[in-house]
Write a protein that binds this ligand. Structure first.
Ligand SMILES: Nc1ncnc2c1ncn2[C@@H]1O[C@H](COP(=O)(O)OP(=O)(O)OP(=O)(O)O)[C@@H](O)[C@H]1O
Ligand SMILES: [Mg+2]
Length: 264
């Protein structure tokens, strides 16, 4: 019992530490983040106007966009710190650092089922397509994949994903299958109807309750106000304001200046 308590104290929430991270495109600075820790609270919302640098910052964490300078590291919560910028992509997924995509992945070549199977393989292999020849991996994940698909209402996984909404949901299921410890979601509910938005929010709450740190970028501020424990406001490449949702909402000067009236 004493040991259990000690263990729970020792393992803190997973965090990402960003230090002096700068990115320019064509000589224009689009991200300039001095010192930022993500994951202090279970669900953090990252908001800000179009072009603020939200997606670029998330891509820098995953190093799908390279940094001009600075460092980004993962703190799993056990006292260790891993520099993310030195790791290949499949090692990131192996650590549990996972990101959904704002621009929907192209699922056109694979059925719903095959695309998710490939997703499971993302964290295991440098050549994920090997999974198709490994029946055991398929069997291990079949029930889990089915459960997620049922939840989101996919009736026939042997079909190809058709609508933008379906592709968005599949991308979220892909993230869930990777067992994220730190999950970055870029506009997870964009274009989804209200019932599916609720389902996505419920999944995020469940993950956070289970110890995963979640950062959500979203333009639908109702999702942000209802879901997040903390909100970070990004403008012109930097986080200029952070606090509880109610505090950010009250700061009409900032929110209306950048997002326009009627958003709070
Ligand atoms: N690969 C790229 N090449 C050139 N410019 C880029 C590239 N990626 C992003 N940018 C620019 O960087 C700026 C920040 O873009 P980013 O996509 O990070 O913004 P965002 O906050 O996610 O916006 P939105 O809310 O519209 O998704 C924008 O001006 C964008 O045009
Ligand atoms: Mg974006």
């Amino acid at each position: 019992m004493v040991a259990d308590v000690a263990a729970s104290v020792a393992v803190a929430r997973p965090r990402i530490r960003i230090q002096g991270a700068v990115k320019s495109f064509s000589g224009r600075v689009v991200v300039d983040v001095e010192n930022l820790v993500l994951g202090d609270r279970p669900i953090e919302g990252l908001i800000g106007p179009n072009g603020a640098g939200k997606t670029t910052l998330m891509r820098m964490v995953m190093h799908s966009t390279s940094l001009d300078r600075g460092t980004i590291s993962f703190l799993p919560g056990d006292g260790s710190e891993v520099a993310l910028s030195t790791l290949p992509a499949h090692r990131l997924a192996g650590l549990g650092v996972v990101k959904s995509n704002q621009v929907i992945m192209d699922f056109a070549e694979l059925t719903v089922w095959d695309s998710l199977l490939l997703a499971v393989a993302e964290s295991r292999y440098e050549q994920p397509h090997r999974i198709f020849s490994e029946g055991i991996v398929f069997e291990q994940h079949e029930a889990e994949i089915r459960q997620h698909l049922d939840y989101f209402g996919f009736t026939d996984p042997t079909l190809f994903a058709m609508s933008a909404g379906e592709k968005k949901l599949l991308d979220i299921v892909r993230c869930l299958l990777l067992k994220p410890r730190f999950l970055l979601l870029d506009e997870p509910t964009a274009g989804l109807p209200a019932d599916l938005t609720e389902k996505v929010m419920a999944v995020i709450r469940d993950l956070a309750a289970g110890g995963t740190s979640v950062v959500v970028v979203e333009h639908d501020l109702n999702v942000i106000w209802n879901l997040c424990d903390e909100v970070l406001f990004m403008a012109e490449g930097s986080v200029i304001l952070r606090g509880a949702p109610a505090t950010i909402r009250e700061n009409r000067t900032v929110v209306e200046k950048y997002l326009g009236e009627g958003h709070v």
